[in-house]
Design a protein around this ligand. Structure first.
Ligand code: GLN
Length: 542
């Protein structure tokens, strides 16, 4: 039978529930259990797909086309297993389902209420993953902070699940903060006591307390927390701030979080955790022999979370190459003909980021031109590929004012255009080309050598596409269409001849880069940047 673990948060937001959940899942996975993680977000949007990146950070996309919270990116990077629609649910989605059922008459004349109808729908969604029979353990992260009005139905659902399933099958991990007062030279436990009381008010006694702290927690503090919060001393877990999120599973191992969980859930020991690959990765991450500086050209750069999976893919691919990757965020609105040399000439490669809308687009075009002409390694993702196509059309093919119809609907040369089936769409939510699509790679292309195969599947999130009417013209002039969707013939990857590394994809490779399997395009791009840095503009592909 599947066991359920709930992770709640108290005192403040941003304590890292996602990382703690992913670390616990990793430890259980390394002990031979199959584990997955899901996240419940208490906001009313049906999914984060329509949210501005400044508001919510990156929107992570799953194979089955769900637009989700960026924590799912961590779940996948840590566990190396894909997540799906069922792994991220919002209050909006819950209400949408309940209201649709009400309209169909499924409630047979009953008054529809938060309890039991909303809480039943929450419980149904919690158990969906467990019922698939695939997992020994389902970890459910509850977004928000205990005490928020909007968290209440979730806490009630958890309370009921504990009652239904019993303590051996269901436990609650509460993540809290121990602030340190410099003047008193003390870690304070009162906020933790209060947040546990808040949980108890909702009828939930947490089983394990994971305490975020900047200082070691002494035994006497552990005992004090245990006594006042009604938990075992061994269930008070220290979560000290780490250098990198990838240290956290090992910190949790040292604190025996996995063992405490296994004892409480009566999970039988299957042997010691196998974390060899993880430790190898950390060894490389912490002992780089090279260093490169990469420009991330985008318009949401003020907020690091907006490009979370790209930053993390650089960390993972850097480690694989034993290379410290310094990512320099560059605002595309600040790039123009005058500033471009100053902004880009000290870099060893640039990545032009995904994005929507006109703002900052021309700066991206100027950045691509610089990379193409100076043989600086260039990696374009989604809008980054579309930018590369527009730049090539204007400056190599001489198609003056060529553009994407997203930026200018009346442009004379529509080298990037909206898909036919997108033209009739009116709703913005969940209507892009989303999720995993197959792609055939051209033999002997650079990408085929990088992927070491000709058939790949990658995840998409966009409305606009390369316009195939121009394909021949581009290929003749040296921009090769090397990745093609076998069903629709849409161009998914382009690469340049006579350039050491100029590759761009319509899909998002950053969504599929994991600790134990960093994405080949990122790994190869870093290699090209290292060679550029060494002054060896070697052709990696000869
Ligand atoms: N705005 C572009 C499109 O919709 C690119 C989207 C993206 O970069 N994710 O096609």
């Amino acid at each position: 039978m599947t066991k359920y673990i709930f992770v709640t948060g108290g005192v403040t937001s941003s304590l890292g529930k996602g990382i703690i959940s992913a670390s616990l899942a990793k430890l259980l996975q390394s002990r031979g259990f199959s584990a997955t993680i899901q996240k419940f977000d208490p906001y009313i949007n049906v999914d984060p797909g329509t949210l501005n990146p400044y508001e919510h950070g990156e929107c992570f996309v799953t194979d089955d086309g769900a637009e989700t919270d960026l924590d799912l990116g961590y779940y996948e990077r840590f566990l190396g297993r894909p997540t799906s629609q069922a792994n991220n649910v919002t209050t909006g989605r819950i209400y949408q389902t309940v209201i649709q059922k009400e309209r169909k008459g499924d409630y047979l004349g009953k008054t529809v209420q938060v309890i039991p109808h909303i809480t039943d729908e929450i419980k149904r969604r919690i158990m969906l993953l467990g019922q698939s029979g695939e997992y020994d353990i389902v970890i459910t992260e509850l977004g928000g902070t205990v005490g928020d009005i909007e968290s209440l139905p979730y806490l009630e659902a958890v309370r009921q699940m504990r009652w239904n399933l019993g303590q051996d099958n269901c436990l609650v991990v509460h993540l809290t903060l121990l602030p340190y007062l410099e003047a008193a030279k003390e870690l304070k436990t009162k906020p933790t006591q209060h947040s546990v009381k808040e949980l108890q008010n909702a009828g939930i006694q947490p089983d394990i307390l994971v305490c975020r702290t900047e200082h070691d927690i002494s035994n006497s503090i552990r005992r004090k927390i245990a006594l006042f919060c009604n938990v075992d001393v061994t269930s008070v877990i220290e979560a000290i701030t780490a250098d990198t999120v990838y240290d956290v599973p090992l910190y949790m191992l040292r604190e025996n979080l996995d063992r405490v969980v296994m004892n409480k859930l009566r999970l039988r020991e299957k042997g010691e955790p196998d974390l060899r690959k993880w430790k190898q990765f950390l060894g490389k991450l912490k002992n780089p022999t090279n260093e490169v500086r990469i420009g991330l050209v985008g318009k949401y750069i003020e907020l690091k979370d907006a490009y979370k999976s790209i930053y993390e893919s650089f960390v993972l691919a850097g480690a694989m190459n034993e290379c410290n990757v310094i990512v320099e965020p560059i605002h595309s609105e600040e790039i123009n003909d005058e500033s471009v040399v100053r902004k880009l000439s000290k870099l060893h490669g640039i990545l032009v980021a995904p994005g929507f809308g006109e703002r900052g687009f021309e700066g991206k075009v100027t950045a691509v031109k610089f990379a193409r002409e100076n043989k600086l390694p260039f990696f374009g993702i989604c809008l980054g590929m579309q930018t590369a196509v527009v730049e090539f059309a204007r400056n190599v093919l001489g198609l003056e004012n060529a553009n994407s119809t997203e930026m200018n609907t009346d442009t004379e040369h529509k080298v990037i255009d909206i898909m036919e089936e997108q033209k009739i769409i009116q709703d913005m939510g969940g209507t892009m080309r989303l999720g995993s699509y197959p792609c055939d790679l051209k033999r002997k292309s650079k990408v085929q050598q990088i992927y070491k195969t000709t058939k790949i599947n990658e995840r998409h999130r966009h409305r606009y596409e390369f316009n195939n009417a121009f394909k021949e013209q581009f290929e003749k002039a040296g921009m090769q269409c090397v990745g093609i969707n076998p069903k629709t013939q849409l161009v998914e990857i382009i690469e340049l001849k006579n350039h050491p590394w100029f590759i761009a994809s319509q899909f998002h490779p950053e969504y599929k880069s994991t600790v134990e399997d960093p994405h080949p395009l990122f790994v190869s791009f870093i290699q090209a940047c290292i060679e550029y840095e060494n002054g060896e503009q070697l052709d990696l592909f000869e």
